[in-house]
Structure formats: C-alpha cells, structure tokens
Design a binder for this molecule. Structure first.
Ligand SMILES: Cc1cc2nc3c(=O)[nH]c(=O)nc-3n(C[C@H](O)[C@H](O)[C@H](O)COP(=O)(O)OP(=O)(O)OC[C@H]3O[C@@H](n4cnc5c(N)ncnc54)[C@H](O)[C@@H]3O)c2cc1C
Length: 577
C-alpha cells in the first residue's frame, strides 16, 4: 500500500513492524510463518523494486545521497577538527541491506560472548547466536562466473538453507597474488585466514558478500519480505511519528503514521509493536513517544511517559581513515557502460562485486603494542585473543579519486599517479556519541553527534593501524610495486604527525549501533531487556542494530540478521504458548 488511506479498514493486525529495513523484514517474515497472524510493515521509503541500482553489486555507490538514502548530516565533530560528516542510511524496503556494501562478516566469538555477559543474555553468546546467523544464511560456493573458490572460504562454517544468499565472488587481479604471498612472508602479523567467519577473524581473507549466484544483491526485502504471502501487508512511503499507549497504562501498541501529504492514521497492534527503524529512526520514534530523558523531552515540548536517559545515547561506529599508496600495478578501472551491458547480458564482469579488489585484512595488535603499553590504554577488545583491532578494506587501484561511502579529503593536487586506495578502520572505538530530537522539528532529521575520536585510544589504534599497513607494503612481495604513501605523506611518521593526519581525514564507517542498547533486566542503563522489550513498557520491542551494546569485529549486517532471527523466535514463542 502506498498511503495510509489505502490500508484496508477491516483487517486487524497482530503485529505492526515499524521500519521495513534489514531487521524489520526478517521479523515480519518469520512471524508470518504462522498463517493465523496478520502483520503490517510500515516503511518510510519506497519499494526496493523501483530502484535498479539496488541490484548490480558494482553500482551501489549510485544509491548514496539519493531519495532512497536518509543522507543525514552530523553536527560538527571536535574529534575531526570540527568537520561535519554525511551519514548514509537506507530509506526503502530492505533499509541499509538494500544499499550497503554487501560485505558479510559475523564478528568474533569474543564479541558475542562479551555482549552476552554485559547484557546478561546468554542467547547472545557465540555458541547460541551462530546457529541463528546460519539459519538466515544460504551460502553458495559458486558465483555467477562459476569461478574456482577452493581455499577462499570454508563452506562447513556456513548455513546453506536460509533465505539470505551469501557468495564469495571476485574479479581476479595480480594484487591478490601479492597479498596472499605476504601471508607466507609476514606470517605473524598477516597470517592467511581461510574464512573470516570462523569466530576468529584475524589475518588476510577473501571477501564474502550478500550477493546471490546470479550476481544480484540479496537483501531482507528480496530474500525475506518478497517471499511472504497475504498475511503481510506492507505500507510504503509512510513515516511513523510515534507509538502511543492504549488507555492510561504503558502498553504502547498504538502506532501513528503519516505520508508526505500529511495524511495521518493510527493502528492498534493486537499483540505487539516491533520497532525496527534503525540507529536513528528507532530512538527518534521513542523520543517522540515520550520515552527518553525527561529534561531533553521537556526541551522538545514532549510529555515524558517513560524516563529513560539511555535513549539515543551510546552511539558507536567504526572509524575509517583513507590510506593511498602509489603503485606500478595495473589499475582496476573499467568502462562502466560496457560493464553494465555485460552484467545485464549474462551477470558476469566487473560489476559482480561491489569494490574492485577482493580481500579484507584483519589485524590484532600485539598485547604490548604502543596503545596498550605501560601506563597506556585498556585493550578495547575486552580481553580474549579472537578480535582484531583494525581492518584494512580496499577500494580500487586507480588514477581517479577513491570511491567510498563516506566523506573523504581531496587527494594532494600532485598525486597524478596510479594508487592503491584503501581504508584503515578502528573496529573497537571507545568514543561514544548520541542522537537527539531537533526541537524545532522533532519529526525531521535528528541532531547526530558521532562523538568520533573523542577518546585518545581510538586515535592511537588507528596510528598503529597505519604503521601496520606500511609494514605490509614493505614486504618482499610488495616492495617493488607499491611505494611510500601519498596519504598520509611518506614523511608523516611520528605519533604527533600521524594523529594530526588521522583527525584531518577520519570518517565514520556507517556501522553505527547502540542508540537503544540492550542491558540486563533491572539495570540502570540501556533501553531494552534481553527479550528485546523496551524497559518500562508493554507491547513494544526493538529489533535492529540500535540494540547492540558494542560493535562487532566486523561489519554489522550479519549480526543484525542474527539478532533479528533471535528476536523473531522469542516473539513467536511468547505468543504460541
Ligand atoms: C552505505 C552503507 C554501507 C554499508 N556497508 C555494509 C557492509 O558492506 N556490510 C555490512 O555488514 N554492513 C554494512 N553497512 C551497515 C549495515 O547495513 C547496517 O548496520 C544494518 O543493515 C542496519 O540494519 P537495521 O535493521 O538496524 O536498520 P536499517 O536497515 O537502516 O532499517 C531501518 C528501516 O527503518 C526505516 N525507518 C526509519 N525511521 C522510520 C520511521 N519513522 N517510519 C517508518 N520507517 C522508518 C528506514 O527507512 C529503514 O528502511 C552499511 C551501511 C551503509 C549505510
């Protein structure tokens, strides 16, 4: 349905899911497996089916800053020398899963075990969540070009019968051979990792993606929602303003929504409302509903119904720094029109992968590395040895500026050479940010403060990450083909200079979490209990990336699918009894 006015008047919905994004569509689809339950999904954006660029992996950058991207802008960031940042989020069915970079990583065993401990939710432990992540997954060992992937992945670690298709496609390039060769030269720092989804993602690995065997993106819209039947109604282009209590209690099962023309309506869920609006949409709905910090709500003129200071706080994201190195290796440039024609013709060619080099590198800094030396910082991976501190992710080899999803600095004007372009990413920042309502327009874009690089340890880890990258390129394999860095300049080597460089170029990595974090029942912090129920309320759960208490050692979509499968089982169980 395209407008609240189109919704049938005579259907009672058992569940209303707010936000047809990555997690929301999983929940709707799983609940719909009970044919007696009617489910309504309300999504602010259009259908993914209208948007061609959601399909060929290699053109996903086309989706950014368009009508299917919320395209938020942050407030100026002191940690970035006062620079503000754009912040992408998908605004269509599938949410971010319809416009993200498709990289598929589960995070480490230690991440999940730590979260289980912090939240008192044993269900989140690695051993308990892994079967649910696998339940979501349909791993296929052949990509659309039927290439040999022997040794690139370990199929036994994957799920094979789920909805979401995962493959490991690649476009071969001599860079791959050199990189894999370094694993035999710098074995300690860069071991070969056959499959980065084995719970210990440390080393050089081949990438895996939510891309199917026909070189099409697999999303929560295509792999879940599209397979539901008549008991799921989907209302698109409709913005949810708030949830309201029924009667005088705190049973928030009434949902108020409107379309762009201002046509507004309310629906009551017979069983529950599931809030899946993502890291900014979810706390925005909560705050507009009177669930948040009393003083902040008063400023926005909203009556407090549940005083919860944690709503919108604890925002955390990975931090990325662009690193660019001159190279004599062949570039990865290609003719886009020709590549698109090839993709359309037989689903082969350069557009079968999102980026143009094929590996990811995960580095765990040594226990005595500078950031954690005597009198320095506590290791933010929280103990255990299974989590990397930094990730290196490749963009392309080109004379052209890098293609990234985030705001990046211009390259120095004299860098008219072919370069390897990549990002060094801090996977475990301890800096925290927040989102709050824009008091003049509480339904408009929220105020987003990333709090990025406000803690020195986050800069120190990136600094060691850049040094690690330089060690990689000084290996025998790369010595003759990759030279000193352009960004940061080769003479930027001291702690002080590297830190200044990092602050001048760093950006968020678009893996935000934590704005409605899970915490133990009865805790004086957090927004949801281990059963995903909003503290102090009835009839209202949150299922999306906002509930994670901290970041995984990897990208966030696979963990989001995992918790969505977990929450779906819990909700279905609660109502099947
Ligand atoms: C550009 C980009 C690249 C990324 N690359 C990767 C990657 O390669 N690998 C990876 O693992 N992760 C990646 N991520 C992150 C990952 O995709 C997200 O963390 C994850 O998909 C978030 O899922 P979610 O369900 O929490 O939210 P979303 O998928 O964002 O879903 C929220 C949905 O709610 C809707 N909504 C919000 N507010 C309202 C409202 N008031 N009313 C109605 N609807 C509303 C939104 O439009 C959206 O559809 C990327 C993210 C971005 C933006």
């Amino acid at each position: 349905f395209n407008s609240p006015d189109d919704l049938p008047q005579d259907v009672e919905y058992d569940f209303v899911v707010i936000g047809g994004g990555t997690a929301g569509n999983v929940v709707a689809t799983r609940l719909a497996e009970n044919p007696e339950w009617n489910i309504l999904v309300i999504e602010a954006g259009p259908s993914n089916e209208e948007i061609f660029a959601t399909r060929p992996p290699g053109i996903f950058h086309d989706l950014l800053k368009t009508r299917v991207d919320w395209n938020f802008t942050t407030v100026n960031q002191p940690g970035l020398n006062g620079r503000n940042q754009s912040y992408a989020r998908g605004k269509m069915l599938g949410g971010c899963s319809s416009h993200n970079g498709m990289v598929y990583t589960t995070g480490s065993r230690d991440d999940w075990d730590r979260w289980a401990k912090v939240t008192d939710a044993e269900e989140l432990s690695w051993d308990n969540i892994l079967p649910l992540i696998r339940r979501a997954e349909r791993f296929v060992l052949k990509d659309s070009e039927n290439q040999d992937e022997t040794g690139h992945v370990d199929p036994s670690l994957h799920g094979h019968t789920g909805n979401l298709t995962v493959t490991a496609p690649y476009v071969a390039h001599p860079f791959d051979d050199l990189l894999i060769k370094t694993t035999t030269e710098l074995t300690d720092e860069f071991p070969y990792k056959q499959d980065m989804n084995d719970g210990r993602p440390i080393g050089i690995s081949w990438n895996q993606f939510t891309i199917d065997e026909h070189a099409e993106r697999s999303t929560s819209a295509t792999a879940y929602l599209a397979r539901t039947g008549g008991n799921v109604h989907t209302l698109i282009n409709t913005f949810v303003k708030r949830v309201l209590p029924i009667g005088n209690g705190l049973d928030f099962r009434k949902v108020e929504f409107m379309d762009a023309q201002g046509s507004s309506r309310k629906v009551v869920a017979q069983k529950e409302v599931i809030l899946s609006g993502g890291i900014f949409g979810t706390p925005q709905v909560l705050l507009n509903s009177g669930i948040g910090l009393r003083e902040e709500l008063a400023t926005a003129g909203i009556k407090t119904l549940v005083n919860n200071p944690s709503v919108g706080k604890n925002f955390t994201d990975h931090v990325a720094v662009l690193v660019v190195l001159p190279t004599t290796l062949p570039d990865t440039d290609f003719d886009r029109d020709q590549a698109l024609a090839q993709w359309n013709h037989n689903r082969t060619g350069r557009l079968i992968i999102p980026n143009h080099l094929n590996n990811l590198i995960w580095v765990r800094l040594a226990d005595d590395a500078v950031p954690f030396g005597e009198g320095a910082f506590i290791d933010p991976t929280g103990g255990g040895k299974n989590s990397p501190h930094v990730e290196f992710s490749f963009s392309q080899i080109s004379i052209h500026p890098p293609k990234t999803t985030v705001d990046i600095p211009d390259l120095p004007p004299d860098s008219n050479t072919t370069t390897v372009q990549m990002t060094a990413v801090n996977l475990h920042p301890v800096s925290r940010g927040s989102m709050s309502l824009n008091s003049t327009n509480p339904f408009g874009p929220p105020l987003i403060d990333l709090g990025i690089l406000t803690e020195d340890v986050d800069v120190a880890i990136l600094r060691e990450g850049i040094r690690s990258l330089r060690r990689l390129y000084s290996s025998p394999s790369f010595r003759d083909s990759v030279s000193d860095t352009v960004l940061p300049a080769a003479n930027v080597t001291t702690d002080e200079d590297l830190d200044a460089f990092i602050r001048s170029v760093a950006s968020p990595w678009l893996h935000g979490i934590g704005t409605a974090a899970m915490s133990p029942r009865g805790a004086d912090w957090g927004v949801v209990d281990p059963n995903f129920q909003v503290k102090g309320t009835e009839g209202l759960r949150i299922v999306d990336a906002s509930i994670f208490p901290d970041l995984p050692s990897g990208h966030t979509q696979a963990p989001t699918y995992g918790i969505a499968e977990l929450a779906s089982s819990m909700i279905a169980e609660a109502w099947n009894d």
